[in-house]
Design a protein around this ligand. Sequence first.
Ligand code: SAH
Ligand code: SF4
Length: 354
Amino acid sequence: MREKKIALKGLLFSEMQHFVKDIGEPKFRAQQLMDWIYKKNAVDFEEMTNLSKTLREKLNKCATINDLQNKNCSVSKIDGTMKFLFALEDHHTIESVIMFHPDRVSAKRVTACISTQVGCAMGCSFCATGKSGLVRNLTSSEIVNQVATLNHVLAASNEGPINNVVIMGMGEPLANYESTLKAIHIFNMKEGFQVGARHITLSTCGLVPQILRLAKEELQIVLAISLHAPNDTLRNQLIPINRKYPLAQLIDACQQYIHDTGRRITFEYSLMSGVNDTSHDAKELAALLKGLLCHVNLIPINPVEDTNYKRATEVHIAKFKEILEEKGIPVSRREEKGADIEAACGQLRRRQMT
Ligand code: SAH
Ligand code: SF4
């Protein structure tokens, strides 16, 4: 039986060195291959002009450098946000998004929002991805390939590379722990995409054991917790995993994370009209987070088909923010991107499936 080809965009430098040794090539080839795949955005071995034709043929037989197929790309007329639907080798589809921000200082911030699973098992009631259940975890190569492919697209128009990664696409990253962590290392490492750890955000619905494990990894990444509710009764309805890891446990885990890493935590709070957006909710949230090194990010919900959730009104959003500020909780409102192309996670894929 033929061995499965090795996906190169998913290898750490040490693994690339092993691979090069295994195929009987000299050591320096490892660095050359790293440059081609992570820095020069190669999607075909034929582009690797400093490798001999024989070596390129050999690589073609035993390795791959591109396992995503671009099935659809929509571009926002409002802010240039680009949303991609990628097909994997087994034809399942995932989404990735590129967002552009004029940076506060000078250099442009280019953000990739990427997926870690096909679907998601968590079943949050407001989320399009959660509606379809989990199909499978992505491999580290499939996670890395999203950023690689986005860099390739950007390079074609003299833009990029990606310098900010948010793991907020489809899937629960901490339910695919090893592959996600490996991908984060590749984003960050000097032979990889060189995205600063502080420019990598991992968003989770709150898997307590994995948060505690992540705390010990000594990473400087941003941890974002999808909170969305200030008490267990409401959070149980919105985010079913809260029944397993209720708020008291989640906040304890956050405290431990802050203690171990010295990093502040971001709490995401999607405002849904009449569900979690009252002044009472804001006060309860402020009490829950009191004394914690954190920041709250308010996000008006993106209504999803087959759900009854509606965006909170501007008046409610402003009031909610004001109460948190009064109580001394750092808070901001997330800039909305790609409103005209349904850039909220899972929506494009669901449309293609139905
Ligand atoms: N599974 C992880 C990461 C992917 S979801 C998590 O839940 O954190 C990324 C973010 O999008 C989460 O904060 C999630 O709550 C939010 N989200 C999902 N559906 C949304 C919607 N329809 N409108 C606004 N935010 C949504
Ligand atoms: Fe999964 Fe996150 Fe969607 Fe919940 S919000 S179903 S955890 S992707």
